[in-house]
Write a protein that binds this ligand. Structure first.
Ligand code: FES
Ligand code: FE2
Length: 369
């Protein structure tokens, strides 16, 4: 029997290895209200998230340590999460058990020695970021790397965010994000660029090392350069003079930072591709800017074009996922797929703890796009 017969739209594509021991955006923090529980999946881990009365966010493993029923099926009064099955109560930030209703004076069990899974959870840029530890890491996680944050270069700015689920694994989401050669085909539009505008490009890259966090946020930077002349949004930026520079950083496990600066004016974005399960992911784009600050409608227009852009990537990956279900062997070519090769090498170095960096120093790549 051929593969074809067994495949249906529910068949997941190939799984990716996941990087635990780092921060991932779980959901928009606005969804978290006092006394309400919200569930999310992150790296295949079921989570229940909420906001305590004091405003602090929590993220618990959504499984009661007693018999495994989801804690989200129970109650949350703004202080404690209570399991629906036997009423055990937990302080949700630490996971510590506060009460076991069935205990009597004849029992020696101390509830405070029991813990449900609870993960560090912090609010940044309107996201609830959750630190997902390695399996078996225990409760003392040691020094955590800083919570990721979008850099801003002035007090006043505007911001917007976009989200899209991708039916492929995180590796395909990430290499799609850093792929320079798909732009003229996937993002063909009068306001962006067309296949006819393809020309040769030369870009300089340099390694980003992160010795202070055991190489956790190692990556590479596309060095500061004048933006592509053939793209309309960049032409628009040109009104602020010739000193427009763009820097694009990719850092593990899944973050792409882009910064465009022109004197006092700036635009910054943080794009993350987050594993939901080993074979699916979600892309989040967060942008902030102070350009055109006083022009009305810039936010809806920017959001509209940004959403269109992300939808084009999403649609391509939905189609790609159909092909990937047949487990084809794939190719990475020089130089256009070099950043993807670096990503895979960085990821392996991190998973194996070798600390090796695929870039020996500054590297120049050439491609047409
Ligand atoms: S299963 Fe949760 S208290 Fe028993
Ligand atoms: Fe794209």
């Amino acid at each position: 029997m051929s593969d074809l017969v067994q495949l249906n739209s529910q068949t997941p594509g190939p799984a990716a290895e996941l990087i635990f021991g780092d921060w991932y955006p779980a959901l928009r923090s606005r969804e978290l209200r006092v006394g309400k529980m919200t569930t999310a999946l992150l790296l295949g881990v079921p989570l229940v998230l909420g906001r305590k009365k004091d405003g602090k966010l929590f993220a618990m493993r959504d499984l009661c340590p007693h018999r495994g029923i989801p804690l989200s099926a129970g109650w949350f009064d703004g202080e404690h999460v209570q399991c629906k099955y036997h009423g055990w109560k937990f302080e949700p930030c630490s996971g510590q058990c506060a009460e076991i209703p069935s205990l009597t004076s004849h029992d020696g069990l101390e509830p405070g020695k029991i813990y449900a899974g609870a993960y560090p959870c912090e609010e940044r840029d309107g996201y609830a970021w959750v630190y997902v530890p390695e399996a078996g890491a225990g409760r003392s996680l040691g020094a955590l790397p800083p919570v990721p944050e979008l850099p801003k270069f002035s007090g006043k700015y505007r911001s917007a965010h976009l989200v899209a689920d991708l039916p492929c694994n995180v590796d395909h989401g990430i290499i799609g994000l850093m792929d320079p050669a798909h732009g003229p085909f996937v993002h063909q539009a009068w306001w962006w660029r067309s296949a006819a505008s393809i020309h040769e490009k030369t870009k300089h890259f340099e390694p980003i090392e992160d010795p202070s966090h055991n190489g956790r946020n190692a990556g590479f930077r596309m060095s500061s350069h004048a933006p592509s002349k053939n793209s309309a949004p960049y032409k628009l930026l040109g009104v602020y003079g010739e000193d427009v520079t763009t820097t694009i950083d990719f850092v593990l496990p899944n973050r792409r930072y882009e910064t465009i600066r022109a004197g006092e004016k700036w635009f910054a974005s943080l794009t993350t591709v987050t594993p939901i399960t080993p074979s699916t992911c979600r892309i989040d784009v967060l942008a902030a800017w102070n350009i055109f600050y006083h022009v009305p409608l810039v936010k809806p227009i920017a959001t509209y074009f940004g959403a269109k852009f992300v939808r084009q990537d999403q649609q391509t990956m939905i189609e790609q996922a159909q092909g990937l279900r047949y487990h084809p062997s794939l190719m990475l070519i020089d130089d256009a797929d070099k950043p993807a090769k670096w990503y895979f090498a960085l990821k392996q170095a991190r998973l194996k703890g070798t600390g090796e960096h695929p870039l020996p120093g500054p590297v120049t790549l050439h491609w047409r796009s």
